[in-house]
Ligand binder design. Structure first.
Ligand code: RM4
Ligand code: MN
Ligand code: MN
Length: 429
């Protein structure tokens, strides 16, 4: 399924770019050695890093004001998997794909399973959709799903999640993520306490059907589509629900789902402490749930989040095993390019976090030396680890310069001919 022109262009480019990469890698290696860091160990870390891509981000995104599709974007799950396979081939860290149902539901489940196998990808998580109505469903989610006042609507939403869990088991997903849009647009519309009680009650029924080896992730979001009182609006709410459910329920942190200026890295630290950090939806934002490319607006925040993660990992915190995923909406870029560069920004932050002098940081924290503590973090954050990232991609069989190789391959242009726009099922992102 990997496009042979992409592979060929990447191989040609790599030949041209390798001498400069080796020079830069050697120089960075000497720089890091002066700080007591072995570059090969950072390379090892980079090679082991993994982040899953969301199937629903493979097509152009949009806002409620409009969507501007690009020619050659995928129309069905099989084409989304095909594009995900190219992303993975070029950058070699995204061999997991997350699926969204019913958007990714083909007529026969077996077709999906074989397409996943053929793509060389694995299913990372399944995601349910009770924030939209589907043409064939009995009850509307206009006024909520898992927290709806009508038990029949709740049952329908629970049933949908149960079907997702069946697919999770069948496809070997490691997690199922629930995000609901439930809430109120006006004061008084929703009974705040009852809505949360109904949420937990519905989740209990979903949790009871969780397949072996699969975790349940609860995703919070400050607002939208509900504009006044979202039921699962913050990490505290999702923590309480996860705790009530049991050991296999965790909180998922989508970076864009907080109020502006919220200290997300501290939320991460809290959830690690509580042993309830399930995973992430990485993206970036300026104003709200913008779903922009990870690291494009606040790269320092991304680094600080990875700083917490690396710290916990090195300390061996019990039960610490967060799942990484991108969750973005590509409104003005080619999704393949955005996903590649975003995944690379994650590896960058991860490697930089491994370059933090933790002994020095601990000393400055113990002695209340705020200036030097920040400097210690900044030293790692300002280290240009690009040669490590490029070398990791090269060693793993990917492209030293993935976007250049992708553009030179003409993949999207060829897909535009193969995938004429149809009025088929729209894939809202
Ligand atoms: C939501 C949320 C969910 C995603 C949907 C499509 O804002 O981030 O993770 O499933 O969008
Ligand atoms: Mn999300
Ligand atoms: Mn979101």
């Amino acid at each position: 399924m990997i496009d042979s022109t992409i592979t060929a262009r990447a191989a040609e480019h790599n030949l041209e770019r390798l001498p400069a990469l080796e020079e830069d890698y050697g120089h960075l290696g000497r720089q890091l050695a002066r700080r007591g860091i072995a570059i090969d160990q950072l390379l090892e870390r980079a090679l082991r890093f993994r982040v899953a891509v969301p199937s629903w981000a493979m097509g152009s995104g949009g806002t409620r004001f409009g969507r501007f599709p690009i020619a050659g974007e995928p129309r069905v799950v099989f084409e989304r998997l095909e594009d995900a396979a190219q992303v993975s081939a070029l950058i070699r860290v995204t061999d997991g794909v997350s699926l969204h149902f019913p958007w990714d539901l083909p007529e026969r489940h077996a077709d999906l399973k074989s397409a996943i196998a053929a793509s060389g990808l694995q299913v990372d998580s399944t995601n349910s959709n009770t924030f939209q109505d589907q043409p064939d469903q009995c009850h509307s989610y206009r006024f909520g799903s898992l927290t709806h006042t009508d038990a029949a609507v709740r049952r329908q939403a629970i049933e949908h999640n149960t079907q997702c869990l069946g697919l999770a088991e069948y496809l070997g997903a490691r997690a199922h993520t629930v995000w609901i849009g439930d809430g109120g647009n006006f004061p008084g519309q929703v009974h705040a306490r009852r809505a949360f009680e109904r949420y937990v009650d519905s989740l209990r029924q979903i949790y009871a059907r969780l397949p072996d080896g699969c975790r349940l992730f609860l995703e919070h979001k400050l607002f939208e589509p509900a504009f006044y009182s979202t039921v699962v609006n913050d990490w505290g709410t999702s923590y309480v629900a996860a705790k009530e459910l049991g050991d296999r329920a965790y909180c998922l942190v989508d970076l864009g789902h907080h109020a502006p200026n919220v200290n997300v890295e501290q939320i991460v630290a809290r959830l690690i402490h509580l042993q309830k950090l399930g995973g992430f939806h990485f993206n970036d934002s300026c104003c709200g749930d913008d779903d922009l490319d990870a690291g494009s607006i606040k790269p320092f925040q991304l680094f600080l989040i990875f700083n917490e993660l690396v710290d916990a990992d090195r300390e061996g915190v019990v039960g610490f095993d967060p799942a990484f995923m991108l969750d973005q909406s590509h409104n003005v870029t080619d999704p393949i390019e955005s996903l590649m560069t975003s995944a690379i920004e994650l590896v960058r932050a991860f490697v930089q976090a491994h370059a933090v002098d933790r002994e020095a940081l601990a000393h400055y924290q113990a002695t209340n030396d705020a200036a030097m503590a920040l400097q210690t973090l900044k030293q790692a954050f300002t280290t240009d680890v690009s040669p490590i990232l490029g070398m990791a991609r090269y060693r793993a069989g990917g492209a030293i310069d993935p976007v250049a190789a992708y553009r030179a391959s003409g993949y999207r242009r060829r897909k535009a001919a193969e995938r004429p726009a149809v009025a088929a099922r729209a894939v809202p992102i």
